[in-house]
Write a protein that binds this ligand. Structure first.
Ligand SMILES: [Zn+2]
Length: 723
């Protein structure tokens, strides 16, 4: 195996071995085999996720680990109690694993001997080649599992489980995320909490010694969570003989958690980092490729903003005014770089022009989506409402917001995941050679909420049977599955079992899920069960056909489905009990948050001019369509912060602010664009162009470039610079 060394970012001394991350590059065949073994182990020996381990586990993530911990902290301190936590740093986890520990943890889980033998063979007999600056070395490691190895995380989790599972009972709780171990205890008496936690710390050391792992007391963080302000005596805790010192906050999985659960420190740190990143990115892009609005928007949305919203699920609802102002400033900075407006232009106006949701709302969207993704996986162990000052926990707040934002009746069943093995070879072989198969075509169609699905059966050129059904509210994917299901039902009842059938669907996703083995929702479960039954009697194949490609059968099924969707207009029934896909939920959250943005926009005291131009906020991709100058111009026109008399009077002693063209009203962009009678002709010509397909924003800019208006703005500019 070959090892490469990747320097870790932000280290002060790159002469130390610790400043590099060794990554093993192994043979892809070995990787494939490892992957198979991993599936096998997960499928048969680790059906249940490991106790309190959140890394490399299906359905668990940083979000679930953070949320579980913060929920426990909230429960303690919002009810007037304390929570004492120790976060341990395990040095060089993967590199230090003893081969013996790997072997015994696999044995404990009952993994077959030959697999253990095989893996131990890899561990013990691999040689590692490394080349650093033309210096080559080949070694046979005596411990550690390969970094980057497919099975390494799983083996690590199994070893860790030996420690974590000791805390299934008792007052001390544990939380594991890869090599990150968090031990904590809740209570009313810090001194006695310390006494109960100390044995757990001694245990860690003992377990570590046994497995060849060490913990650094200097990198261990100890923190006593409380909402009380008074200073109290911290209980004495030691790790391997070293006294642990307390701090006011600590970083857990990338989020800075303060002892009072205020997020100010986290937000301040993140905001500073993002600001730095934004400025740096701007400089790099402008020197290397020339700064365009499109590139800047990309940098902001793909790199800077996600850094800021990380962990939003646990903090987004707990921010104070100042925190919100701090994150909003980052968005303003990005907007200024793109629009280059006058400095006085309000952020909200620029957001409306660019179609960027206020950052606070974006955080809400990210947090709510994360909450909905994991809500069936996290267990809240309290009602979420603190007895002390009636504060609410984050999970409780999200649940309330969910009711608020997603008010429509969404089915809330957890996703199912049932495996159905279908042996496609069990049908009588002879049928495979039957001269001409029966052809069936299925299709579905969706028009707003109205859904139609249909199938038809053809024998050569003859249509022998067809069926169309209508429903409401189903996703197109599910409707495609329903069509296939109906076709199968017909085969089951009326088909000639001697003859093979081919069902054609033009939906790739439907064909994929029919040929898969995992049913994620009731419809695919019903469908797969039916398919299995039909296949035991006759041979059916489900194939994909390209839609709208002049295939008569497919075209006819398409026609039937569209008729079905039209028919659905008259029915009320909504197909019940379907878990929504993540994509649909995301979409619903997005629309809900946009609604909030709109009502915020409507009720603002400022941005009156912008609201005339943009009454309805929406997500926009302006930067890809307009260039820097156009955007700059647009910002001035739409916000009114530009060379218009109404704006100029704020900072210059201008008495006459009436429109010099008509003299009827104050001269501002809306008057010129929408009202001024003198400009009727120019207005009409621009409107004609917009009707013919000119981008509205471009039309607006073009209008303000008409001769009369250019003169007007030049005159206004002259007012600014007194001769
Ligand atoms: Zn006028």
């Amino acid at each position: 195996m070959k090892v490469v060394f990747i320097p870790k970012a932000g280290k002060s001394d790159y002469a130390l071995a610790k400043s590099y991350r060794p990554i093993t590059l192994s043979n892809f065949i070995l990787k494939g085999l490892e992957r198979l073994i991993q599936w096998f182990i997960l499928e048969y020996y680790l059906k249940e996720p490991l106790f309190r381990q959140h890394a490399y586990t299906k359905g668990r993530s940083c979000d679930t680990a953070l949320s579980t911990f913060v929920d426990d902290v909230e429960k303690a301190i919002y009810n007037g109690r304390y929570l004492l936590a120790v976060s341990l740093d395990c040095s060089g986890a993967f590199d230090s694993i003893k081969f013996d520990s790997a072997q015994s943890c696999m044995e404990e889980k009952g993994i077959p001997k030959n697999i253990i033998k095989w893996y131990m063979n890899i561990l013990q007999h691999r040689t590692v080649d490394a080349e650093v600056q033309s210096f080559r070395a080949t070694v046979k490691p005596a411990r550690g599992s390969p970094q980057g190895g497919v099975l390494s995380p799983l083996i690590w989790n199994l070893i860790m489980d030996g420690f974590l599972s000791r805390f299934q009972q008792g007052p001390v709780k544990v939380l594991g995320y890869a090599d990150d171990i968090l031990l904590y205890i809740e209570g009313t008496e810090p001194a006695s909490m310390g006494e109960l936690l100390q044995p757990a710390l001694d245990d860690v050391i003992k377990w570590g010694n046994y497995n060849g792992l060490t913990f650094n007391p200097l990198k261990t963080h100890t923190i006593l969570f409380t909402r009380r302000r008074c200073t109290l005596k911290f209980p004495n805790l030691t790790l391997d003989g070293t006294k642990l010192s307390y701090s006011d906050s600590f970083r857990y999985l990338g989020v800075e958690i303060q002892k009072s659960l205020s997020w100010t420190k986290h937000i301040t740190e993140r905001a500073n980092k993002c600001k730095f990143l934004l400025i740096k990115a701007k400089n790099i892009i402008s020197t290397k490729w020339g700064l365009t609005p499109e590139k800047m928007e990309w940098v902001y949305k793909a790199i800077v903003r996600p850094k800021l919203t990380y962990g939003a699920m646990i903090w987004a609802q707990g921010l104070n005014k100042q925190d919100n102002a701090k994150i909003q400033k980052i968005q303003r900075l990005a907007l200024l770089a793109i629009l280059r407006p006058l400095r006085s232009t309000p952020t909200a106006g620029m957001e409306a022009i660019m179609g960027w949701m206020p950052l606070k709302m974006h955080c809400t969207e990210i947090g709510l989506c994360a909450y909905l993704r994991i809500k069936t996986l996290i267990t809240q162990r309290w009602d979420g409402i603190g007895k002390m000052s009636k504060v609410m926990g984050h999970i409780h707040k999200w649940a309330k917001l969910e009711d608020n934002i997603l008010s429509s009746n969404i089915p809330r069943q957890p996703k199912i995941s049932e495996k159905i093995w279908i042996d496609q070879t069990i049908a009588p072989i002879a049928q495979k050679h039957f001269e001409r198969p029966l052809m069936m075509y299925t299709d579905a169609s969706k028009e707003r909420e109205n859904v139609g699905y249909a199938w038809c059966a053809c024998d050569g050129d003859f249509l022998i049977e067809e069926k169309t059904q209508s429903t409401k509210g189903m996703t197109i994917h599910h409707a495609e599955l329903m069509a296939i299901k109906e076709a199968l039902s017909w085969i089951k009842q009326n088909g000639n079992h001697e003859r093979r059938t081919i069902i054609y669907s033009d939906s790739q996703s439907a064909v994929k899920s029919v040929n898969g083995i995992v049913a994620n929702d009731p419809i695919s479960l019903e469908l797969l069960t039916l398919l299995k039954e039909v296949l035991s009697k006759t041979l059916v194949e489900i194939r994909w056909v390209k839609g709208h490609s002049n295939d008569t059968g497919n075209e006819y099924a398409d026609y039937l489905a569209r008729e079905g969707a039209k028919e659905a207009e008259n029915i009320q029934t909504v197909y019940p009990h379907l878990p929504l896909s993540q994509k649909t939920i995301k979409q619903m959250v997005h629309l809900g948050v946009i609604d909030r943005w709109q009502s915020c926009w409507n009720s603002r005291g400022d941005c009156n001019m912008t609201r005339l131009f943009i009454p309805t906020v929406r997500e926009n991709k302006l930067s890809t369509r307009l260039n820097q100058n156009e955007l700059k111009n647009l910002a001035q026109i739409i916000t009114g912060h530009g060379l218009f008399k109404r704006h100029l009077r704020h900072w210059n002693d201008i008495q006459d602010i009436y429109c010099p063209l008509c003299g009827e009203d104050t001269e501002d962009p809306w008057h010129l664009w929408d009202l001024c009678p003198v400009l009727d002709e120019q207005r009409a010509s621009i409107n004609r162009e917009i009707e013919k397909g000119l981008l509205w924003e471009r039309g607006l800019i073009k209008f303000f470039q008409k001769e009369q208006l250019c003169i007007l703005r030049a005159e206004n500019e002259a007012l600014l610079t007194p001769s």
